[in-house]
Design a protein around this ligand. Structure first.
Ligand code: ASP
Ligand code: MG
Length: 407
């Protein structure tokens, strides 16, 4: 008999009919003899609706109260699922974060899980019940309700699986797994059977929004095998697992793109110690996350400095950069708000030469100019004109994952 943690996302519990569908799946699984802990999200759209209410009463809602409010979305679905299960003859009990004691820090809206007490869950399982847990929420030292950040139910599920040493963690969503690329952009994209935690972390942070990044970090740290699959079919999805030797044979596992970046260049910045710190210090203080940074080789004592920021932060970043440029004596500023980042990710890049070169050649062949390049151990990213993003993704997918080079 295994212990399985299942998580159902917002679209899987979007209405009463879908909650019954989830209950049927859970009940079937339970009848097979497994112990089950089921984590649920709020009904699709509910968290946004609640956040909207908060903004209606206050332009800057108190963070503690905001968490009290948004955590109610998950309270509704846990109760409904537990009721539906019990009605089907499958005894179940709902538990909220504080009833279990999913202990977190006090960073309201983005709290981190510190520990999970497994006693209550184990007792309910021993009593023969399915335990339905509210995702996304915890409780801090002062007994205040906290939430884990958007998409946080994934992290609740993986953390529970780790704490309970579950045999696996199944994340049920509205897609049937992790794809080699976004099927809406690239019709050739196909579902991956397995992917390593490392690759999934890169894909998650590069805009493949299947799993919250933190949940993958958790899974990696505690070696929790995660199965991402659809709640609307019975087809197996994608396993996110520890790296296996054969995984390095595949050069590239995924091609991703992100459009919401803007590029800022400071022209002819005096090339002196401390200048990068003077520029990026205030930007970091404003909580703007800079993605790529390129500094040219210096010529005649000055250098150009280019970096990208999320489009949403562009105006705020520019306000800072305009003052900074004057203070440090840069010759000018150039900006481009229509850029996109395209990346290839794969463990094989660690041990195979020429992957980046092939990427650049592939883009050159269709006349796409590369504006910036960044690499890490298992990833190469380029910044290109936003109007070429779909073409770039398709040609790269063809080159690395096209017919014959099956994963
Ligand atoms: N309900 C929360 C959200 O919409 C948490 C989750 O669904 O994972 O972000
Ligand atoms: Mg989600």
């Amino acid at each position: 008999m295994s212990l399985i943690v299942q998580k159902y996302g917002g679209t899987s519990v979007a209405d009463v009919e879908r909650i019954r569908n989830v209950a049927r799946r859970v009940a079937t699984c339970r009848r097979g003899g497994d112990d089950l802990v089921v984590v649920v999200s709020a009904m699709a759209g509910e968290t946004n609706r609640l956040l909207g209410l908060a903004r209606d009463v206050s332009p800057d809602p108190d963070r503690r109260e905001s968490d009290v409010l948004v955590s109610t979305g998950e309270q509704v679905t846990t109760a409904l699922l537990a009721m539906a299960l019990t009605y089907m003859g499958c005894p179940a009990v709902s538990l909220l974060g504080h009833q279990i004691r999913i202990a977190t820090d006090s960073a309201f809206g983005k709290a981190r899980i510190q520990s999970i007490d497994d006693a209550r869950i184990r007792a309910e399982l021993a009593a023969g019940k399915v335990v339905v847990v509210a995702g996304f929420q915890g409780v801090d030292d002062g007994d205040n309700i906290t939430t884990l950040g958007r998409g946080g139910s994934d992290t609740s599920a993986v953390a529970l699986a780790a704490a309970l040493r579950a045999d696996s963690c199944e994340i049920y969503t509205d897609v049937d797994g992790v794809y080699t690329s976004d099927p809406r952009i690239c019709p050739q994209a196909r579902k991956l059977e397995r992917i390593s935690y490392e690759e999934m972390l890169e894909l998650a942070s590069l805009g493949a929004k299947v799993l919250q990044i933190r949940s993958v970090e958790f899974a990696k740290r505690y070696a929790v095998p995660v199965h991402v699959r659809s709640s609307f079919t019975d087809t197996p999805g994608t396993w996110v697992v520890a790296e296996e030797a054969s995984m390095e044979n595949i050069l590239v596992s995924g091609v991703t793109s992100e459009r919401d970046e803007a590029k800022i260049t400071l022209l002819r910045v005096p090339d002196q110690p401390g200048l990068a710190a003077r520029i990026f210090g205030p930007i970091a203080d404003a909580n703007i996350v800079v993605d790529m940074i390129i500094q040219n080789a210096s010529a005649e004592g000055t250098t150009d400095l280019t970096f990208t920021v999320p489009k949403a932060d562009f105006r705020q970043a520019m306000a800072l950069v305009e003052t900074l440029a004057r203070d440090i004596g840069a010759a000018g500023i150039r900006t481009d708000e229509s850029v996109a980042k395209v990346s290839i990710v794969g463990l094989g890049m660690r041990s195979h030469a020429g992957v980046a070169a092939k990427m650049f050649r592939t883009l050159a062949e269709v006349g796409i100019n590369i504006q910036m390049i960044a690499t890490s151990e298992i990833k190469t990213s380029v910044v290109v004109d936003a109007k070429f993003v779909e073409l770039a993704v398709r040609v790269l997918h063809d080159a690395f994952l096209g017919k014959g080079e099956a994963a």
